[in-house]
Design a protein around this ligand. Structure first.
Ligand code: ZN
Length: 288
């Protein structure tokens, strides 16, 4: 089961989140038939999404993460329907590029840097919160790091990774550290030093798991760990499908059914296909 483990460090002057998202990424690979490159890009984005979701304070709060760098993968979308779940898609799941010179997948080349990373949070207020920053490298960890600093004013460090093997994703996840404004230079220095161990975070997760990583690297920093939160790839579109159909209006739906014999709606997030015929009309439009 995928999970997120959080801790406060230095008596609350910093906090760390350790994410393990291997199953989530494997579900995304199966759902969208992702190439290893697309899996790396979407997997890193889903890990950020899981983190944002885990920080929402109410189950009615929602978020959308959109990464649009103008590269061959197209736009990346991540969102969540309910607590403990995340879902996402990329416009071009078949994207493929030659490996970089260091042998790694060229996520930055697939995503591009000609655009921005946008986080929209609906916190039940009149207006949603919208944060945005220019993409730095398209590698996603660096971009989210820059986003948190520029848009939300948080001193932070981000490591993300997806390790693929022939069967799919072997390990995926990440670590995000945030320093509070009252953290001193010494603490920031210690945290920077620790982060330098996470240049290949997915391999480390495959080897040790996030509990051990948390204890080993952060346990001595006056750390207080919280119970793990679970996360999984899930789409709740069937909950909303009638609402979407109703939004089109009964007359419009009847016209479509007359012309095509049925109404077909595909969910981009989970690829589920909904097919309705005239006999479903009363069900679709009945009072709830
Ligand atoms: Zn769906």
């Amino acid at each position: 089961m995928d999970k997120i483990i959080k801790a406060v460090l230095f008596g609350g002057k910093a906090r760390v989140a350790l994410m393990e998202t291997t199953e989530t990424v494997n579900k995304a690979i199966k759902t969208h038939d992702l190439t290893p490159l697309a899996a790396a890009a979407l997997g890193r984005s889903l890990t950020i999404g899981a983190y944002i979701e885990s920080n929402l304070k109410s189950e009615t709060h929602k978020f959308n993460l959109i990464i649009n760098g103008g590269g061959p993968i197209g736009k990346i979308y991540v969102t969540s329907d309910r607590v403990g779940t995340v879902k996402g898609l990329v416009e071009n799941p078949q994207v493929d590029l030659p490996l970089r010179k260091d042998g790694k997948l060229d996520v930055g080349g697939a995503v591009g840097t000609n655009g921005d990373i946008v986080v929209i949070k609906d916190l039940g207020l009149k207006e949603p919160y919208i944060g945005r920053s220019q993409l730095v490298s398209g590698e996603i960890a660096e971009d989210y790091n820059n986003y948190l600093f520029k848009s939300e004013g948080i001193l932070n460090a981000v490591a993300l990774g997806v390790l693929n093997d022939k069967d799919g994703c072997k390990a995926a996840g990440g670590i995000i550290i945030e320093a509070m404004p009252d953290a001193d230079d010494n603490m920031v220095c210690i945290l920077e030093d620790i982060m330098s161990n996470f240049t290949n975070i997915s391999a480390l997760i495959a080897e040790k798991g996030i509990e051990e990583i948390g204890n080993y690297y952060f346990g001595h920093l006056d750390a207080e760990f919280f119970p793990a939160q679970t996360v999984r790839f899930k789409c709740d579109c069937w909950h909303k499908i009638r609402k979407i159909v109703r939004g089109l209006g009964r007359a419009e739906i009847e016209d479509i059914m007359k012309e095509q014999g049925m109404l077909e709606i595909k969910c981009d997030y989970c690829r589920k296909n909904y097919v309705y015929t005239e006999k479903d009309l009363d069900f679709l439009f009945e009072e709830e």
